[in-house]
Design a protein around this ligand. Structure first.
Ligand SMILES: NC(=O)c1ccc[n+]([C@@H]2O[C@H](COP(=O)([O-])OP(=O)(O)OC[C@H]3O[C@@H](n4cnc5c(N)ncnc54)[C@H](O)[C@@H]3O)[C@@H](O)[C@H]2O)c1
Length: 360
């Protein structure tokens, strides 16, 4: 055993970040499959979380990522009000090089072996077409195409949920849930960002966008000529009089290079893991910026995939995603009551829900 894998085991069994119920190491020599399925909690129901396919530098790194992501899903699912615990799988390797139908089927058989304890979906490196293959081996695969009983693109509901979180943030700060007349900056106008812009424009917001891909920007400006395009994220966070900043590109958007310069009073966006490291949430509070926790407001996607298990119904999902408004307000209230940042308040509420489910 190497020091690195020793470290992972220590995390699993002894640290605050651990406490996972089960970790499954999967190997299929014939197809080259090496995967880790981590079940953090099944207190609220079967563990739900996507499958990441990624060329990890080491196997220990892959296990650590699976543990971390699975834990995050427990919190996200608890806050979304789903009857699901948190889990995540990682397949080790470069999908461009090793992804094959046989490998995905081998992976699906491991998901099947858990007999419903783990429900999978897409994540970085896996797509709807892959889930269609994985689903051939088990009943616990979501993120499938509509032709295969799935719900397809989750970004529609994700954007809708983020918009609900933003409306709740506006209610909290300005006493009115509308974004009408507010300056909102959206960083990243890909799948989720462009739907978010649509909501903002129809609500009467003054929208600013930036994206590294020309095509994403062009699609927005063709549809919404009134939107202002700025050069990059650095310029966006400094827009004079910006009211809301919505990170909708990559993780780590809130860090030492951005938080001190943000002109916005609210941060609410779709990107996962926006806080670059622990402590940034306190910097936001000190600057008087209201942060709507990422995993709470971007839960529309997971609400959608969870629904697939019951035969997908868009209206039922939308009704659940509307609740992101109330949940976000509940978090702000708890943050005030406990004198802690909203990110910490969200964690506290999620932990409470899981603890209550365990006791029941
Ligand atoms: N799609 C979903 O349902 C969903 C659900 C939950 C969370 N998220 C998260 O939301 C974020 C966006 O997801 P998506 O599905 O829209 O992805 P996407 O890849 O479709 O869009 C991301 C966009 O960000 C742009 N971008 C990348 N780096 C940038 C930078 N430095 N500055 C400006 N723009 C940049 C890309 O060019 C792209 O247009 C991701 O962090 C994702 O993990 C997505």
């Amino acid at each position: 055993m190497t020091a690195a894998s020793d470290g992972v085991l220590h995390t699993l069994f002894h640290s605050e970040q651990g406490g996972h119920e089960q970790v499954v190491l999967c190997q299929d020599r014939a197809t080259g499959l090496k995967a880790v399925i981590a079940l953090h909690s099944t207190a609220l129901g079967p563990a739900l979380g996507g499958t990441r396919f990624y060329p990890y530098a080491t196997e220990a790194e892959a296990v650590a990522d699976a543990l971390n992501l699975a834990r995050g899903m427990s919190y996200k699912n608890a806050m979304a009000g789903l009857d699901h615990g948190g889990g995540k799988a990682v397949i080790i390797g470069d999908p461009e090089q090793i992804k094959s139908e046989e490998l995905l089927l081998a992976y699906g058989r491991f998901v099947a072996s858990l007999n419903g304890l783990y429900v999978t979906a897409c994540d970085v490196g896996t797509y709807v077409a892959d889930m269609d293959v994985v689903a051939r081996t088990n009943r616990w695969t979501t993120g499938r195409s509509p032709e295969n009983g799935g719900a397809g693109d989750s970004s529609v509901l994700t954007a809708f949920g983020v918009f609900q979180g933003m409306r709740a943030s506006a209610q909290e700060l300005w006493g009115d849930p509308t974004l009408r007349g507010r300056k909102v900056g959206v960083a990243g106008v890909g799948k989720v960002g462009h739907y978010l812009v649509e909501h903002l424009v129809s609500d009467g917001a003054e929208v600013y966008v930036t994206d590294v891909r020309e095509e994403s920007v062009r699609r927005i400006t063709e549809k919404f000529p009134q939107v202002t395009v700025v050069a990059d994220t650095d310029a966006l966070i400094r827009v004079e009089g910006l009211d809301v900043y919505a990170p909708c590109a990559l993780g780590g958007a809130l860090n030492e290079e951005t938080v001190p310069f943000l002109t916005a009073r609210i941060v609410c966006g779709a990107a996962n893991n926006q806080l670059a490291h622990p402590g940034i949430e306190k910097d936001l509070v000190e600057r008087g910026i209201l942060y709507a926790p990422d995993y709470v407001v971007n839960a529309g996607g997971v609400i959608q995939v969870a629904d697939e298990l019951h035969g997908f119904d868009f209206d039922r999902c939308k009704a659940k995603a509307v609740k992101i408004f109330d949940t976000t307000l509940e978090i702000f209230a708890r943050a005030k009551a406990d004198g802690i940042p909203p990110a910490a308040a969200a964690d506290r509420i999620a932990e409470q829900r899981m603890a209550e489910a365990r006791r029941a």
